[in-house]
Design a binder for this molecule. Structure first.
Ligand SMILES: *[C@@H]1O[C@H](CO)[C@@H](O)[C@H](O)[C@H]1NC(C)=O
Ligand SMILES: *[C@@H]1O[C@H](CO)[C@@H](O)[C@H](O)[C@H]1NC(C)=O
Length: 336
């Protein structure tokens, strides 16, 4: 019998990695679209040359297709930060320890935040920066994108919903969300986004959503993004593997484990979208609207180094975990 899942797996392997699968990223994007100011939305549509109702959702997984190309391979480490903590007893993120000299999601968010609002880059480079931001603000809310253990769970083999050769990372990215939503098209993402938007506007997230963006500051992007990574990484200890790795390999993760993690997955997707909107609104009002008003790039900006190197942590000797990631080409085992 035709098994759509095996086709999906084949496609995922052929196309390389998926982080939060395309469903999760598109959902984050639709939630963000809902909370963008009109002026920010018009700017983003212009940058992306897309005036459709899916202008952010359409490019939300671009970074995954790009990293799977020869030209885009360099960007693979930017999809995660490998926290070298020790779950489930101790979870934490330390930027200087964990980011790595080739960069990580946190340095990438700082880099593309600076680049997208600078005004001196080509249209193509500005669009690249926006596409990366839309993607990385999604990735960073997935707990296993903020964890070094077993390459972010990529080498933890588990059984989910009858499939015995899944890995924990791809279950979190893709298969658990798809099981919940029942598909992975843009229309599935829009439906899921609408439910989460309703929870933010008038449901169970209403009282907590302001905390999701508290302290976020585009002029201190490294510390803001490190806080997001820490927030998600804490779930590795409390929700992803509260009883350690071996406990996840005792039987099918469906339905008990699945039921225990769904609330966190929904929370993190909602958070990612809400944060992304606030982040882009802030970039627009602080940089783009301002430089439009001033008519030209501010003089002080001309000195800004757009390579992003200044955001990287000071170099330290490679840890075992980072050596292994590098040896695996930052992603051979990953479907993220
Ligand atoms: C923008 O998109 C339109 C059609 O969707 C296309 O014809 C045009 O060439 C694009 N412009 C740029 C600058 O890419
Ligand atoms: C910043 O972005 C540019 C363009 O993608 C890239 O070449 C550069 O390596 C990035 N810098 C860091 C530190 O990630």
């Amino acid at each position: 019998m035709f098994d759509p899942r095996s086709l999906l797996l084949t496609l995922a392997t052929l196309q390389g990695a998926q982080a939060w699968g395309s469903l999760g990223h598109a959902t984050v994007a639709y939630i963000a679209q809902n909370y963008l100011d009109d002026t920010t939305a018009a700017w983003a549509k212009g940058v992306l040359n897309d005036t459709s109702d899916s202008y952010l959702a359409n490019i939300a997984s671009w970074a995954d297709s790009y990293r799977a190309t020869t030209a885009g391979k360099w960007s693979a480490p930017l999809h995660f930060i490998d926290a070298e903590d020790s779950p489930p007893t101790n979870c934490n993120v330390d930027y200087a320890r964990d980011c790595g000299s080739t960069g990580c999601s946190v340095s990438a968010i700082a880099n593309y935040t600076q680049r997208v609002g600078d005004g001196r880059l080509s249209a193509a480079n500005t669009a690249e920066a926006l596409k990366f931001l839309v993607h990385f603000l999604g990735d960073i809310t997935q707990p296993l994108h903020d964890e070094a253990l077993d390459k972010g769970g990529n080498t933890i083999t588990v059984t989910f919903d009858g499939y015995s050769s899944d890995n924990l990372h791809s279950d979190w990215d893709t298969y658990i969300p798809q099981k919940l939503v029942g598909g992975s098209t843009l229309s599935d993402a829009q439906t899921w986004a609408n439910e989460l938007i309703a929870s933010i506007d008038s449901g169970s997230y209403k009282s907590v959503a302001p905390n999701w963006i508290k302290g976020d500051d585009i002029s201190n992007a490294v510390s803001s993004a490190t806080a997001w990574a820490s927030d998600a990484n804490a779930f590795v200890c409390s929700v992803v593997m509260p009883d350690g790795v071996a406990a996840l390999q005792q039987g099918d993760l469906y339905p008990d484990y699945y039921n225990s993690v769904i609330p966190t997955i929904e929370l993190q997707i909602a958070k990612g979208g809400y944060r992304l909107a606030n982040w882009l609104n802030s970039i627009y009002s602080a940089n783009i609207a301002k430089s439009k008003r001033d008519g030209e790039i501010m003089v002080s900006k001309k000195d800004v180094d757009l390579s992003g190197r200044s955001f990287l942590p000071p170099p330290i000797p490679l840890s075992d975990a980072k050596r292994k990631r590098a040896a695996a080409g930052f992603g051979c085992n990953h479907r993220h």
